[in-house]
Write a protein that binds this ligand. Structure first.
Ligand code: MTE
Ligand code: MO
Length: 378
């Protein structure tokens, strides 16, 4: 009875903007965006934290691979924000369906939608804040963002399976038997507005990784044109405590069967190679640059280790999550993997890792270790 009373007080939603055809059209676009985001995110996770056998099979080519997939991850996540808002707006009248739970099946179906919405909002919210390095929550971002991604995808598959008859029925235009005059125009205007919103948020941020569009990049936290030597910086030398380098006392340690150390001049006297490779930060910005330095494989061979050894690289930074990095043989044997001494034709600036930093192809920015002090064959 109470339900009946409530129902009569609730507004009735009859317009085309809340109907199943609109929900289907938006669901398609949102589905594509979140699936691209999910796939590239899972990839990014395993490239950044490979375990066991995966370490040595990760490929170093194509050299722009991680740049592309992580750029897509961030762009699809950003595009999903207006799509999700539009989708929620389209379907929110269903919150007022009474009775709220008709039977067990209906109850489970609504529960799966609740999980889907909660996980989706959570993923987009935490991901977006991560791109600006703002963490106003008590848990660590990466494991939670990764775990909730699976929850989200699970709920998405349940949702698509449950709704598949409706999705099929409303897949094509004019499927709505009861369509009233004017509804199709309303829908078109609404979808046009959503498309414009997606285009706006995409075009004003994607320039952070898609360099030709950098002129439109108004809202992304990093701009590919700003930073010392024309390259953005996440952690500065001052923040890492590595801004004061005593070059006369500085040594690079290379550890293997025949360990040795080198001064900076000795390192510069070894054969130098050039590589044009991007820094591709997990937070979404990326930028290609010209690097010059010593091949990591040459250092390993000089220390009596195979060119295809796994290596551990340690920074002179005293702490921080990126002080120590390990790299599988796919990267170390690649002739493009350098201990770089120069960037865009000049010695590395302190913020880019002076005196020496790692640059490897197809690798997340987090593992392009700066201020390198030690290279160890494992
Ligand atoms: N030692 C050390 N190396 C580091 C980092 C760090 O914090 N410490 N940050 C990494 C991150 S997150 C990125 S994206 C790249 C950025 O390199 P750049 O500042 O030269 O552009 O450096 C990586 N190398
Ligand atoms: Mo990064």
């Amino acid at each position: 009875m109470a339900d009946m009373d409530l129902q009569s007080k609730l507004p009735a939603f009859r317009g085309a903007l809340h109907d199943k055809r609109t929900a289907t059209v938006l669901g398609r676009w949102l589905g594509i965006a979140v699936l691209v985001c999910f796939a590239t995110g899972v990839l990014s996770h395993y490239v950044q934290n490979p375990s066991g056998w995966l370490v040595d099979v990760l490929p170093s080519r194509p050299s722009w691979g991680y740049r592309l997939t992580q750029g897509l991850h961030i762009a699809s996540g950003i595009a999903a924000v207006p799509l999700l808002l539009a989708k929620l707006w389209t379907v929110y009248p269903r919150l007022f369906v009474r009775p709220a739970v008709r039977n067990v099946r209906h109850g489970l179906e609504r529960l799966s939608v609740a999980v889907l919405v909660a996980a989706g909002v959570f993923q987009l919210f935490t991901g977006l804040l991560n791109t600006v390095q703002w963490y106003p929550w008590p848990f660590s971002f990466v494991p939670v963002h990764f775990a909730v991604a699976w929850l989200f995808v699970g709920a998405l598959f349940v949702h698509v399976a449950v709704k598949s008859p409706e999705i099929r029925a409303h897949w094509r235009r004019r499927s709505e038997a009861t369509l009233r005059l004017g509804d199709e125009g309303d829908r078109r205007s609404f979808l046009f507005g959503v498309t414009a919103a997606v285009a706006a948020v995409t075009l004003t941020t994607v320039g952070q990784s898609l360099t030709p569009l950098k002129g439109l990049n108004l809202f992304a936290p990093r701009h590919p044109g700003y930073g010392p030597q024309g390259l953005p910086v996440n952690k500065t030398a001052a923040a890492a405590g590595t801004d004061q380098v005593d070059v006369a006392a500085w040594r690079l340690a290379v550890v293997g069967p025949r360990p040795f150390t080198l001064t900076l001049d000795e390192l510069r006297a070894l054969p130098q190679y050039e590589a044009e490779l991007p820094i591709a930060c997990v937070e979404g910005w990326s930028k290609s640059a010209k690097w010059r330095g010593v091949r990591v494989r040459d250092l390993l061979e000089r220390a009596g280790a195979p060119a295809s050894s796994r290596v551990r690289v340690t920074s002179s930074q005293s702490g921080g999550a990126y002080r120590v990095m390990e790299m599988g043989r796919g990267y170390t044997e690649d002739p493009l993997t350098l201990l770089a001494l120069e960037l865009n034709g000049e010695p590395l600036s302190p913020d880019h890792g002076f005196p020496a930093r790692i640059i490897a192809p197809n690798r997340p920015g987090v593992w392009q270790t700066k201020w390198v002090a030690k290279v160890e064959a494992l």
